[in-house]
Design a protein around this ligand. Sequence first.
Ligand code: NAD
Length: 247
Amino acid sequence: MNVSGRVAIVTGGGQGIGKAIVEKLGSYGADVVVVDVNLEKAQAVSDSIKQMGRRSMALKVDVTNLKECEAMAEAVFKEMEAIHIVVNNAGITRDGLILRMTEEDWDAVINVNLKGAFNCTKSALKYMTKARWGRIVNIASVVGVMGNAGQANYAASKAGLIGLTKSIAREFATRNITCNAVAPGFIETAMTEALSDKVKEDLMAKIPLGRLGGSSDVANGVLFLASNAAGYITGHTLNINGGMAMQ
Ligand code: NAD
């Protein structure tokens, strides 16, 4: 599970699961670029990576904007001389039953969760292709596999990410670039903190392992898929959900 000497970009790395992924990759030897719309948070996480003795950058990027993503990849390559690993983690929710869901809620979620991954992947692939080595990991969700009432936009974005993952895996396999997805179940972060106790109790009843996951459970899966050890795995979706959905 060694990623030492690799240069990784993690989007939405300023907090939650993204922050855990940055710290995990850093602690296993990668230099990590922390990308987020919130520069202050990205900077704090990046500083913690530098304290580990790794190289790091914090960049303010809105992943919905292709031009910003292209500039980000160019800046990373200029400073770090390579891009080996991209983790498309930035994501948002705008929940609501479909009859009440506004067009803005639909567009916002698809733009960040799905188009954001397209923008960052496309921008980084240019540099990965030259190196003939790459790992792309997309953070999907159990909801993209099962669907969820009240989350049509989010579920569609995450199911779309799984299709994007398989297509990139097929297009870039000959360049030694793998692309996989991780589908977390319910993980204890700011995103799930907002759920009521009743909703959490109902959820727990559906999770065979009987607990919400931790950010580090997800980060462990990402580390594996980003490492040399996963070199023969591509187009796969790794469930990290306590058994909530089994494929
Ligand atoms: P979070 O809200 O705690 O963190 C998301 C991060 O993404 C934030 O730092 C935010 O500033 C950043 N971000 C948002 N929009 C952005 C944009 N346009 N450009 C750049 N950065 C942006 O969320 P989290 O719970 O840590 O979730 C991380 C990922 O994991 C998301 O893709 C989410 O859908 C997925 N996920 C979470 C859970 C869960 O239970 N928390 C479950 C399954 C999947």
